[in-house]
Structure formats: C-alpha cells, structure tokens
Design a protein around this ligand. Structure first.
Ligand code: ZN
Length: 189
C-alpha cells in the first residue's frame, strides 16, 4: 500500500497557519513557504505506506551465528505529538540464525520507519520487530539515542540532552552473556 501525500492540501494548511499566527501569507518571504513545506513533508513522511521488510528481503545464507553489531546509524524522524524533528543515532545488534543482511539495508529499514509521524519508543520497537520478521535471528536489540526539538526548543531540557530507548528480542533479551557482549561492544567508543 502506497500512501499518497496531498501536496495541495498541505499548502492550504500551511497558508492557514501563517495567517493564524497573524502573518501575511502573501509577503515575499512567505509566499513560497506553503509549497516548500509541502515538498519537504513528502520527503519527511516518505516512509508512510512502505514496509521495511521489503528492503530486508535481500538476505545472505551464512553459517555465521555470532553477534553482529552496526553502530552509529544516523536517523531523522518527526515527533507525532508536535510535528518537530527528533534525530540522533541507532545501534543495532543481532545474532543471525544463518541469515545475514547488508548493513545498508538495516539503515534503510530504519529510514523507512523514521520517515513518518513517530514516537521514539515505537520506532525502536518497530525496528527490532521488522528485523525479527525478516531475518528470524536468534536475538536482536537496538538502542536509539535522539535529541527532540519539541523538548529542547521549549526549554524543558537543555539543548543536547537526549532520550535513549532500547528494545530487545530473543537471546539478546533473555541471555545475559549475549546481552552483555552487545552492551560491551557499544561501550567501545
Ligand atoms: Zn514532541
């Protein structure tokens, strides 16, 4: 299912917001703003209607059954409560059950899930669940660390403060030794 984003509707809505804050949507600096925002939204929400499992389909059958960790994958998303960005980086670890996937595919799957109205907790859960469904690994875990502009812009917390979320499934949840190995690899900066 592909979701179509109605650019004209967005343009009308943005022009309404500009008027509602008491600005003049016809002013030179603002006249193209609705069009620019509509174009930007079609990119920021381009993950809607896409399934991350589509990009995780390309797997390699390998005998490897040891922990694989991909660190510091940057991501940008939009907080669904305020429509403001939150952004940071993700660390993903999984223990293959014979199927491995290219690192760029994991990054792409994260991108699809991030490019939609999100909350960081759900993004983290959806990321590990899509890896579980596609790779059927013995275990998977992800740690996401992000700055939320809706928090830092409004002065609730200082700029640069981060929210960290994690999710784990399978042996990375249940086996202390595997979990410990993952966390040890993440701490090697
Ligand atoms: Zn927010």
């Amino acid at each position: 299912m592909r979701v179509s984003i109605d650019g004209e509707d967005i343009q009308r809505a943005v022009a309404s917001i500009i008027s509602a804050i008491g600005e003049d949507p016809g002013r030179e600096g603002l006249i193209e703003t609705p069009r620019r925002v509509a174009e930007m939204y079609s990119d920021l929400f381009s993950g809607l209607g896409k399934d991350p499992k589509e990009v995780l389909e390309t797997v390699f059958e390998e005998g490897h059954r040891e922990l694989v960790v991909l660190r510091d994958i940057p991501f940008f998303s939009i907080c669904e409560h305020h429509l403001l960005p939150f952004f940071g980086s993700a660390d993903i670890g999984y223990v293959p059950s014979g199927r491995v996937v290219g690192a760029s595919k994991l990054a792409r799957a994260l991108d699809i899930l991030a490019r939609r109205p999100q909350i960081q907790e759900r993004l983290t859960d959806q990321l590990v669940d899509s890896i579980v469904e596609s790779l059927q690994p013995e275990g998977v875990a992800a740690v996401l660390s992000a700055e939320h502009l809706c928090i830092t812009l409004r002065g609730v917390q200082k700029p640069g403060s981060k929210i960290v979320t994690s999710a784990s499934r399978g042996t990375l949840r249940t086996q202390g030794a595997t979990k410990h190995e993952f966390l040890a690899l993440l701490s090697q900066r």
